[in-house]
Ligand binder design. Structure first.
Ligand SMILES: Nc1ncnc2c1ncn2[C@@H]1O[C@H](COP(=O)(O)OP(=O)(O)O)[C@@H](O)[C@H]1O
Ligand SMILES: [Mg+2]
Length: 594
């Protein structure tokens, strides 16, 4: 298990940061508080009612008067009723708060995470984000949903119980305080050790299952290399490790049980013994003694619970700190203070202008991926971008979508710096078919409709036809309603690409970006899609990245990139004649084909 994902202890002050999530539910907190105080009051009243019953009730019976006894039992039952109702009310309110606050927190964190720029996802692992959303929020839930109320309730019980102890018998109380410290402290300390051990043994089990998960996913390789025995052995030793850790926990727990029972009963017996003498001497009544023992139990229980709550609160504070850190994160891609609107769409598509753009990825400050790149694209133009892999072609598209901002230079869409545009307006004007297609685990219809959510079924089908996807979708078992599998595993690479193209075409954007959109297609479907794309390029500006030069020959202009720079630019004919990089690439590819 990843160490950084483990719940760690944090400063309790961190919990203050959760205030904004608690404030909306002020009313519910007050109601929970009332229920809590009533329940604690009833708990504290029970030993007193008990004493009344013994002394007055039985005393009266001995004196021959039985009329009171019913009343005392009735009173005791009434207290129990109040306790039951108030406890249930407290549980309901407090659990409701825990679930409510956690749901809000989860949504807030997720909403915040999906708005982060790609830079965030480069440096943060998805597993880490998921663990924030589940483990950390669950810790907060247990804090709000139980720990806070446990702490308050036990603090009340502790103070109230202690006061009642002294009211009952100051002398015995002083003795029992010392005894309580002597009994509760070792139990608390030892209990913590047991809890730590039990968390450790959970971790070992998690280790073993992580190992199993990895291996089960790689079964074909394991069997092809005949490593079954080794893998079984590796798992066995992980399980044995878990067993040994569990054994340590079990031993500690057994010891704790002996110590706890001996100490607690020893203390009770001792105090009862002292109390019995006091009763015999006539210093206190039998009821007083019973009341005293019950209050002592309440106080001891409160101390134990408080120490437990403290440990939990500290872990929750660690979780809160990580969640709040995440929520405080600002995406480096910020909307402008003053948004400028895009001019209305023209019949030809968008104009694009890059001026001296220099960009390096945040993780690679030394190596610019685009260097002093200038480019001017007229509305309706189709520009092909070619060049060796790593030249910066995909990076160029990322900047156009404003996934990153360039360190120098500017990018203008229809004359407006894209940093002055609303982020959604900018991205709404761009359709992209990325290098790695993304298919959601949904049906074909919904996957294409992702491009424009309000598109009708007919529009989806039209887009699919344009992308040469209609035919194969029709042949799927349930046509457009066919589930495509997780990440589209039930499709071939070329089919996935055609779905992605249909999605982008459905959006009908003024600027279309195709990043090796036909790389996974066979020659026949490439010819189909190529024809479709050429039709789709009408009325919009298109940038096409392609490795196969045959697909870009008809572009209005071809630019050749290398090491983040444009090194050549022209048409297929002019570039071939130049004898540069393009000419040599072309010579290589076309000689193979012919
Ligand atoms: N997220 C990233 N972080 C750091 N470097 C990157 C990242 N993506 C791409 N690069 C680097 O930027 C350069 C250009 O990459 P890219 O634009 O993907 O090339 P291509 O022309 O093959 O599409 C490469 O050297 C690549 O290693
Ligand atoms: Mg690329």
């Amino acid at each position: 298990m990843n160490k950084s994902l483990e719940p760690t202890k944090g400063r309790l002050a961190m919990l203050r940061g959760l205030r904004p999530f608690l404030v909306p539910y002020r009313k519910q907190f007050i109601l929970a508080g009332i229920a809590l105080v009533v329940a604690a009051g009833a708990t504290l009243a029970i030993p007193y009612a008990f004493k009344q019953m013994i002394d007055a009730g039985f005393g009266a019976v001995r004196a021959g008067d039985t009329s009171h006894i019913d009343l005392y039992f009735l009173a005791l039952f009434a207290v129990a009723c109040v306790l039951a109702l108030a406890t249930a009310a407290r549980f309901y309110m407090v659990s409701w708060l825990g679930e409510r606050v956690t749901a809000d927190l989860r949504s807030a964190v997720y909403q915040h995470v999906v708005m982060q720029s790609p830079q965030f996802f480069e440096t943060t692992q998805t597993g880490e984000v998921l663990s924030r959303l589940t483990t950390d929020t669950t810790l907060i839930q247990s804090l709000v949903g139980t720990s806070i109320s446990m702490a308050l309730r036990n603090a009340l019980l502790f103070v109230g119980g202690l006061a009642m102890l002294f009211v009952t018998s100051a002398k015995l109380s002083s003795i029992i305080l010392v005894l309580l410290a002597a009994v509760v402290l070792p139990i608390v300390i030892f209990g913590r050790r047991v809890r730590k051990l039990s968390r450790e043994s959970q971790d070992r089990v998690a280790d073993a299952s992580a190992l199993a998960g990895e291996i089960l996913n790689a079964m074909p390789i394991v069997q092809a290399y005949t490593r079954e025995q080794q893998e079984a052995g590796r798992f066995r030793s992980a399980v044995e490790q878990a067993f040994r850790t569990a054994l340590a926990r079990i031993r500690a727990r057994s010891l704790l049980t002996v110590i706890a029972i001996l100490l607690v009963f020893g203390a009770i017996v001792f105090v009862l013994w002292l109390g019995a003498h006091a009763v015999v001497r006539g210093d206190m009544s039998a009821g007083d003694l019973g009341q005293f023992v019950l209050y002592a139990a309440v106080v001891a229980g409160a101390i134990g619970a408080l120490s437990e709550v403290l440990g939990e609160a500290q872990r929750a504070a660690g979780a809160a700190e990580r969640l709040l850190d995440l929520l405080a994160l600002r995406s480096p891609i910020q909307p402008p203070a003053q948004v400028r609107p895009l001019p209305p769409r023209t019949a030809n598509g968008a104009a694009l202008r890059l001026e001296h753009v220099t960009f390096h990825y945040p993780s690679r400050p030394q190596a610019p991926s685009l260097a002093d790149l200038s480019l001017n694209i007229a509305p309706g133009e189709t520009v092909a971008v070619v060049g060796p892999s790593g030249a910066g072609k995909t990076t160029l598209f990322q900047l156009l979508l404003r996934f990153y901002d360039p360190q120098q230079g500017s990018i203008r869409l229809d004359g407006i710096d894209i940093r002055e545009l609303d982020l959604h307006a900018l991205r709404g004007a761009i359709g992209i078919v990325p290098q790695d297609t993304v298919i959601f685990s949904a049906n074909a219809m919904d996957n294409i409709r992702y491009g424009r959510l309000d598109a009708s079924d007919e529009e989806v089908v039209a887009a699919a036809k344009m992308a040469a996807a209609h035919e194969f979708i029709e042949r799927l078992p349930q046509g457009y309603q066919s589930f495509l599998g997780e990440r589209g595993v039930r499709l071939s690479g070329g089919q996935r690409q055609r779905i992605a193209i249909a999605r982008a075409l459905l959006k009908n954007p003024p600027l279309l970006l195709l990043d090796e959109a036909t790389s996974a297609l066979d020659a026949e479907s490439e010819r189909l899609v190529q024809g479709a794309l050429e039709a789709a390029m009408a009325g919009r500006t298109t940038l096409v990245i392609a490795h196969r030069l045959a697909t870009v020959q008809h572009a209005d202009r071809i630019i050749v990139m290398e090491h983040g720079r444009i090194i050549e630019s022209g048409t297929h004919a002019s570039l071939s004649a130049q004898g540069g990089l393009y000419a040599s690439l072309a010579a290589l590819q076309f000689s193979h084909q012919s």
